[in-house]
Write a protein that binds this ligand. Sequence first.
Ligand SMILES: NC(=O)c1ccc[n+]([C@@H]2O[C@H](COP(=O)([O-])OP(=O)(O)OC[C@H]3O[C@@H](n4cnc5c(N)ncnc54)[C@H](OP(=O)(O)O)[C@@H]3O)[C@@H](O)[C@H]2O)c1
Length: 268
Amino acid sequence: MSKIVLITGASSGFGKIIAEKLSDDGFIVYGTSRNPNKYPSPKKYKLLKFDITSFKDSSKLVETILSENKKIDILINNAGVGFSGPIEEISIEDIKRVFDTNFFGQIDLIQKVLPVMRKNNYGLIINITSIAGFHGVPFVSTYCASKASMEFLGEALNMEIKRFGIRVVNIAPGDYNTEIKVNRQDTLLSKKSPYYEVYKSLINQWSLNMNNSRNPVEIANLISKIVKKKNPRIHYVLGPFLQKISITLKKILPEKIYERLLMNHYKL
Ligand SMILES: NC(=O)c1ccc[n+]([C@@H]2O[C@H](COP(=O)([O-])OP(=O)(O)OC[C@H]3O[C@@H](n4cnc5c(N)ncnc54)[C@H](OP(=O)(O)O)[C@@H]3O)[C@@H](O)[C@H]2O)c1
């Protein structure tokens, strides 16, 4: 019987391409979107209405899939929101929204899916984290913090649920050319803000970088391989060489030198 996949945020970007790839591979794929009607019926997979920050909807989502298939084999925690702003000027409401989407909502769904996977003695949970979760990037602090939180959560969870035949994989991408470049939420600053000039030039630079970034199909191809592995790794990092190597550099360089490198990179 085909494996059943649930992937959050399958209306655009990574989620859409992963959902298409896994459907082509023969999996039965359920994707989610807050506004599925905006994306006229994807032919290869079902797109169900779901807002990950509305915790009451996760049970219904899981029940809908179970009523059609009796199991969920693979959960891909992909839905996420990009957010930037100087820590001094971002609102607690915005930070909570970032964490509800990128962290608490993901845990809520994991909690709803785990009993189903335990019953089947099989499951794979893939978290789409970020290279940004391996170090603090100036003006992207809360996004980094939410992704770092998922990295550690995934590591811990893997050890808790291995005994039930369930595995966790964290995939940390660098910059990829998805709709995140338009969906990302940047904090609006007053021209009087002490951060205005430096922040404005950074977000302009990020937008330029994102337009020239890598093809997200790389992530879909990687996931297509991982879901067929008996013994996948816990961490996969994919992206531009400089972003990948930054993880190693942080481990081996003296911290002040690493900080200087980052600050030079961001022209701070
Ligand atoms: N692109 C990159 O360079 C990059 C790098 C590292 C990590 N990532 C991560 O990759 C994941 C996918 O991002 P992407 O680049 O593909 O961006 P994207 O094209 O903007 O896709 C984001 C997806 O998340 C969904 N989503 C957003 N808020 C949601 C909510 N409250 N409830 C349910 N779904 C929600 C969106 O669906 P609807 O709007 O239809 O609801 C959309 O399908 C994110 O977790 C992101 O942090 C991206």
